[in-house]
Design a protein around this ligand. Structure first.
Ligand code: GLN
Ligand code: ZN
Length: 426
């Protein structure tokens, strides 16, 4: 939990329902007084405060979950034909996982804009110039499916929390993510609703600059719920499905705006798996259902990607398959052999990209290393389903490292394409 509510400026009616570390100490103290000293004053005060919070009606929206499809119009082989005909991607298509370096400059612009030190116009112009710069970089390198770079996002969950109804964001509610990294999970306090496009402007702008497909980039419902502070007055599954409907609206808004490839990230899907195995099946069924609610409304020719981070897939591989995403990309370089085996074991028959180098190191990979990683995957995965991408997390790297590494990646793939062509019977 974050440290304290003291410096937050939340509405009192909502703050009364929250309790960070300092407030939890107060609660412990209230229990101590009640139990050890038979003094109920503080306990009664906190209890009244929480009852006031609970008496508010946060359940005020109606949802028609059944009206949103949970399976795509056609099975994968048919969708793949439609997508191939539309996207014209080469053998071993290349892409990245979404973010590009969050430089000092990017972070400064975002902070200045948040603190109203620069105008919306100045901020938007800066975002557009960064997007344009990186579209050009990706084109020069020769990637096949481009991304806008996520420069407007502080974090892949907080960003959506800022824009969706039913969420609030705190000022200082930081929690440790890993090592020295921290995130500020948004708080879900009410019914969730999509009220305005979340990512359409940046994605469409990026697409307007290139003939290559630009991949829209969203965070999925399971991950948004797992990495937020959740409400407790509604079952988790319902909250997750509410978020799914909001993401479904955004997916449709992107499709409507001409975006042909849309990635819905679910890095927290495995991490949210309950410890007790008796809860696994239900958790996975709910997760699959929410993901499919969020991604099934599109036309066959719209390509849905998902992404997951380093994790052990063995136990959940069937659920991953049931997501029915046209392409899944997985952070792999730290677990290569094992991971491929998981996918081989079930005969995974949808598109798949396994990270071919470890982005956590500043070292630029060699063509040989990348070629070896590709060859290893191709021993088990059908070439027509295989994508080549780096692992996730490019936002943490320096610009030159990203450019150099992606150049090596694309050059390696080009050679593979050439040698594949030469080996083909005339
Ligand atoms: N699209 C996100 C990014 O590239 C995915 C982050 C993640 O895998 N956790 O940063
Ligand atoms: Zn990842």
């Amino acid at each position: 939990v974050p440290v304290s509510l003291d410096d937050e400026t939340l509405k009192q009616s909502i703050e009364e329902g929250l309790s960070f570390a300092t407030e939890k100490l107060d609660e412990l103290d209230a229990l101590r007084r009640l139990l050890n000293q038979n003094d109920s004053a503080k306990y009664d005060e906190l209890k009244a405060r929480y009852e006031r919070f609970q008496s508010q009606s946060f359940k005020n929206l109606e949802y028609d979950f059944d009206s949103v499809p949970t399976s795509r119009k056609s099975p994968f082989p048919e969708r793949k034909k439609a997508q191939d005909a539309r996207l014209h991607l080469p053998d071993l298509p290349t892409t990245t996982i979404g973010s590009f370096p969050q430089t000092q400059e990017v972070r400064k612009y975002r902070a200045d804009w948040k603190n109203k030190r620069i105008s919306d116009e100045t901020y938007n112009n800066f975002l557009e110039s960064e997007i344009a710069r990186w579209i050009k970089i990706q084109e020069d390198i020769g990637l096949d499916v481009l991304v806008h770079g996520e420069f407007e996002r502080n974090d892949m969950v907080e960003f959506f929390g800022e824009k969706l109804q039913g969420f609030l964001v705190t000022k200082f509610g930081w929690v440790q993510s890993y090592g020295s990294r921290a995130v500020k999970p948004p708080v879900i306090y009410g019914d969730v609703k999509w009220t305005e496009p979340l990512t359409v402007k940046e994605t469409v702008y990026a697409q307007s600059l290139t003939d290559k497909p630009v991949k829209g980039m969203l965070t999925g419902p399971v991950t948004i719920l797992n990495w937020s502070f959740e409400r407790v007055d509604v079952p988790r599954k319902v909250v997750q499905d509410q978020i799914a409907l909001a993401i479904d609206e955004e997916v449709l808004a992107l499709e409507e705006a001409g975006i042909k490839v849309i990635q819905v990230d679910e890095p927290a899907l495995r991490e949210g798996l309950p410890l007790r195995s008796e809860y696994h099946e239900q958790y996975l069924a709910d997760a699959v259902n929410s993901f499919k609610l969020a991604t099934s409304s599109v036309q066959d020719e719209t390509q849905i990607h998902t992404h997951m981070c380093y994790s052990q897939f063995g136990q959940i591989i069937h659920a991953i398959h049931e997501l029915d995403a046209d392409v899944i990309s997985i952070e792999t370089s730290r677990s290569h052999g094992d991971l491929i085996k998981d996918f081989e074991d079930i005969n995974y028959d949808l598109g798949i990209g396994l990270g071919v180098y470890d982005i956590h190191s500043p070292r630029i990979p060699t063509e040989d290393e990348i070629a070896t990683a590709i060859d290893r995957s191709l021993q088990q995965i059908d070439r027509s389903l295989f994508w080549v991408n780096p692992d996730c997390g490019l936002k943490t790297r320096k610009e030159d490292e990203v450019k150099d590494a992606l150049t090596v990646l694309v050059n390696t793939v080009r050679k593979k394409r050439e040698s594949n062509n030469q080996n083909k019977p005339a």
